[in-house]
Ligand binder design. Sequence first.
Ligand SMILES: [Zn+2]
Length: 463
Amino acid sequence: MRKLRCERWMRGSGWDGPSIFELDEAGRIASITPARGDETVDETIDGLVLPGMPNVHGHAFQRALAGFVEDGDPGAHDSFWTWRTRMYRLALQLAPEDVEAIAAQLYVEALEAGYTSMGEFHYVHHDPEGRPYADRAELAARILAAAAETGVGLCLLPVPYLAGGFDQPPRPEQRRFVHADPDDFLETWAAIRARLAPDQRLGIAPHSLRAVPPEAWAPLLGGVRAVDPDAPIHVHAAEQTAEVEACLGRLGARPVRWLLDTIGVDARWCLVHATHLDGGEIEGLARSEAVVGLCPTTEANLGDGIFPAEAFLRAGGRVAIGSDSHVIVDPAEELRLIEMAQRLITRRRLVLALGPAGTRVHVGAALWRAAARGGAQALGLPAGALEVGHRADLIVLDPSHPHLVAHGPDAAVDALVFAGPRGAIRDVMVAGRWRVRGGRHPAREAVASRYAACLRRCAAAFD
Ligand SMILES: [Zn+2]
């Protein structure tokens, strides 16, 4: 057992004073007791301690698109669908070592920004010709290796991608993503499962209603649940209005309504985006206890729309954050944008500071707590709050930072979220091991130089 003394740490509500955290061999919190002052401890943490933030949704290779997708013909109408064309061009030329180099760069940046676990919605499975690699888990293993090298927690979510759109065959440029049928996918899934480290989680992520036909859902989910009944299930849903219209036309229901009524959604599920919801879907999704994986910076970058966060949270809905295309890698910025978008459309402030009248709610701290807990649920990881039995996934804010020094603890988290103080996150621990000290990951330079070499090769895709 290791003993840490934490001077000030975040509870599910409120904060606690000096306490002794005992960590077991696996990096889980075995006990939390008030500090008496005479204990012998291995380490004292003097800054504010927060649960680390899970990042529930993203496609690691897309980090390499950042900055390459902000130009175009002013006479053309750029949108999600034109962005996707460039994304496919990048996906088609990645070698296995590129996948690993980009993921490692992403994970170093993510850890330094305060993310302690990642959900990888992994859909590039095959070689550039669209054939399975001799090892079907070749590319997934690169993601697992990057996570192991950098120390970030991981829930890998292999993606069945069976169709090119509603009732459309896959397109040639989707060939690296596509499996012939559920059995073909489950063979890949089993190969990936054999490669997991003990602390890595595996789920499944049917890509979307447009890429997975109705009859494929039962065999896919059944195949995974036969092995792990609690496996997390993620799906892209209702990101684009065009997708909602197509779904209404083909399946006779809006995407989230169809998932709720036809497939059945519960606490194992994470619906990614869920941007376009009607009132009944908001209520039904909140009641289902599924998590909505919001990716505000990517949703803004792609012009998707604004999630009805106020109505959903008032209905008791659960949320988490992801960075999806990883155009920005910063949990504070994702949380800020959730609240800021609500302010811009309602012309009010503190829109998501929900609670009884007469109380005082810090909206930044409230969002941090909610997204950390929802994120851990979505990734199926024992984390998201500093509690006995949970993994010691935590971040430490620098108490001497000029933008935090005069703040109470909740106000310091508000400052982190809304003021973006550079360098405020000093240390980051995952499963009891320090991965970032003094704002730096020890492999930062080595990982960045591999990434730079990869990016110089990949940039040819955007000429
Ligand atoms: Zn996505």
